[in-house]
Design a protein around this ligand. Structure first.
Ligand SMILES: Nc1ncnc2c1ncn2[C@@H]1O[C@H](COP(=O)(O)OP(=O)(O)OP(=O)(O)O)[C@@H](O)[C@H]1O
Ligand SMILES: [Mg+2]
Length: 266
């Protein structure tokens, strides 16, 4: 999947209802709802394929992949260019829908949802960071972070307070009134991370989040990712950088649209 513009990752204004209380359709492999967040996957792909185009031009970007991401997981996804990493991450992040198969997020079958409902689950459960930051150029850092809180029934003051707290968490409270062009690449990525975290998501996904940064800034951003680790949260990063890959505890390798290995180091 190609990069997704910021408009695509915002929660759409579908109605005035805050994105809470979406019923769990399936919460366990036995079909019984379960509140045991420690043992149920936060994210699950079951027999998922994604094909682009048709006829002779058809490309199978993801080929019958199953993967369960558990609370506490810190996963790296590595593999050659074109092996389907971004396609898989986009599906995990509800930015795209599969050609075949089932995707569950926190027990909700997102593949059974319409676009608006899926967007709400995404806005509530998932924070996404991209290689090219995807900040909105005419908004300052604070405004960019606030976009993740739109349509949640919060007052403007509450949005501002939370966005500022999130910027402070990535060490950029003092840059809140700077627009992206006034920030370094590393700072822009930290703003993007603040935007991803302001909703307190259980799932944080990054598609080569250090790919456009020099080694010093890459280290800083990775330090922030590792500081996010908790028993309740899952972090999944696509990367080409073996140093980044090594910081993860679970290592998924892809080739030709398939997962070829899935190992843990601790
Ligand atoms: N929107 C699209 N339309 C057609 N083909 C696509 C599209 N997005 C991806 N593909 C194809 O699907 C395959 C997997 O692409 P994907 O972007 O997932 O690879 P990747 O592993 O992320 O590669 P890279 O490391 O270069 O980012 C590639 O063959 C790619 O050309
Ligand atoms: Mg990619």
């Amino acid at each position: 999947m190609a990069d997704v513009p910021p408009d695509e990752i915002r929660v759409p204004a579908t109605d005035d209802t805050p994105p809470y209380g979406i019923p769990a359709v399936v919460a366990s492999s036995h079909g019984e709802p379960s509140s045991d967040v420690g043992t149920e996957p936060l994210l699950e792909l079951v027999g998922v394929s994604r094909r682009y185009g048709s006829g002779a031009a058809e490309v199978t970007a993801l080929d019958d992949v199953s993967l369960a991401i558990m609370p506490g997981d810190f996963v790296s996804i590595m593999g050659p260019s074109g092996s389907g990493k971004s396609t898989m991450l986009g599906l995990l992040g509800c930015l795209d829908v599969p050609t075949e198969g089932t995707i569950r997020v926190g027990g909700h079958v997102v593949t059974a949802m319409d676009d608006a409902e899926r967007s709400r689950v995404r806005g509530r459960e998932i924070g996404f960071v991209f290689q090219q930051f995807h900040l909105i150029p005419h908004l300052d850092a604070l405004g960019n972070v606030e976009t993740a809180l739109l349509y949640r029934g919060l007052s403007a003051k509450e949005r501002r307070t939370r966005a500022l707290e999130s910027l402070e968490r990535v060490g950029l409270g003092h840059r809140h009134d700077h627009r992206p062009v006034q920030l370094s690449g590393g700072e822009q990525q930290r703003v993007a991370l603040a935007r991803a975290l302001v909703t307190e998501p259980k799932i944080v996904l990054g598609d080569e989040p250090t790919g456009a940064l020099d080694s010093k800034n890459a280290e800083l951003v990775m330090g922030l990712f590792t500081s996010l680790q908790s028993h309740e949260r899952a972090i999944v990063l696509v990367t080409h950088d073996p140093n980044v890959g090594e910081m993860a505890e679970r290592h998924v390798r892809m080739r030709d649209g398939r997962i070829v290995t899935d190992t843990r180091t601790s």
